[in-house]
Design a protein around this ligand. Structure first.
Ligand SMILES: [Zn+2]
Length: 287
């Protein structure tokens, strides 16, 4: 499947095969090992959400979206690629919103007024063609992934900066991972589902990687809210994931030599360096 597959069901069929960064496609990296699915704890997700009002910057429609109450999500830790992990639920599902009238989608981080030129592009490319976006009390993973797809489509249509498109892809990849982690072990076609979700996650993260590499060359820091050390660490993790060991090593060396990098990120960079060397040995790329 492609990152934008399913958009035709939502009225945006023309965007299904759109190029995100206008780059040559490379073969997908092998799927990451499946994580153990967790038991679903009884938890009332709606109780930590509230309705937030917004005026769509494209069509001026006023609508509400579900947002997470501050302080209601308890951080448990972070995956190596900086994805935060929370207790009981996944607030990242709510970091993307779509206007139910015109279909303009964006990360809440980028919600705000748009230049007239982008409004024009969105009116021509998206407006009125999106259907099926309802304001539900809670978002399932599928609801959220669909919104991320629409946000990616909007970011392509409005010709957003590479960092914004990359960040949408990164967060979409994390959301797909959340869905994979929550597939019940007794689900029908469990293995197939897991391997499809792994492939989808890889596709999203590879797009994020390509976009951030490009953004790093063209944009000023902070990039998608990240300083140089944080972005380079993320790029090193993603480069290692996709077997681009030279890039991973270059980013890691940069972090270890950077006086602005704190000892915590340097420790993580050192751990990553070990892992990259192990992987290179296994693949016979180490001399
Ligand atoms: Zn709108």
């Amino acid at each position: 499947m492609g990152l934008l597959d399913g958009l035709s069901n939502m009225g945006l069929g023309k965007l299904e095969g759109a190029e995100i960064f206008e780059e040559e496609k490379k073969p997908a990296a092998p799927a990451a090992p499946a994580a153990k699915p967790k038991e679903e704890a009884p938890f009332d997700e709606a109780s930590v959400l509230f309705d937030k009002s917004v005026t769509c910057p494209v069509c001026d429609f006023k609508y509400t979206y579900r947002a997470v109450r501050t302080g209601k999500a308890r951080l448990l830790g972070q995956d190596p690629d900086l994805r935060p992990k929370y207790d009981k639920f996944d607030p990242g599902k709510y970091d993307v919103v779509v206007c139910p009238k015109c279909g303009y989608g964006t990360l809440t981080k980028y919600l705000g007024p748009l230049p007239a030129a982008q409004v024009k592009l969105l009116k021509e490319g998206i407006s009125g063609r999106v259907r099926g976006i309802a304001n539900t009390p809670i978002l399932t993973y599928d609801d959220s992934i669909q919104r991320y797809q629409l946000a990616l489509a909007s970011s392509i249509v409005k010709r957003a900066r590479d960092s914004e498109k990359a960040y949408v892809c990164l967060k979409m990849g994390w959301t797909i991972r959340g869905k994979r982690e929550n597939v019940p072990i007794d689900a029908p076609d469990y293995d197939e589902k897991i391997s499809q979700l792994n492939a989808d996650e890889n596709e999203a993260l590879k797009a994020a990687y390509d976009g951030f590499i490009s953004a790093r060359q063209k944009e000023q820091f902070p990039i998608a809210g990240m300083d140089e050390v944080t972005l380079d660490y993320l790029l090193a993790v993603l480069a290692a994931r996709f077997g681009q060991f030279d890039t991973a090593q270059k980013m890691i060396s940069g972090i270890l030599m950077n006086k602005a990098a704190n000892s915590r990120i340097k420790d993580r960079a050192r751990d990553l360096k070990e892992m990259v060397l192990e992987q290179m040995k296994m693949k016979g790329e180490f001399s």
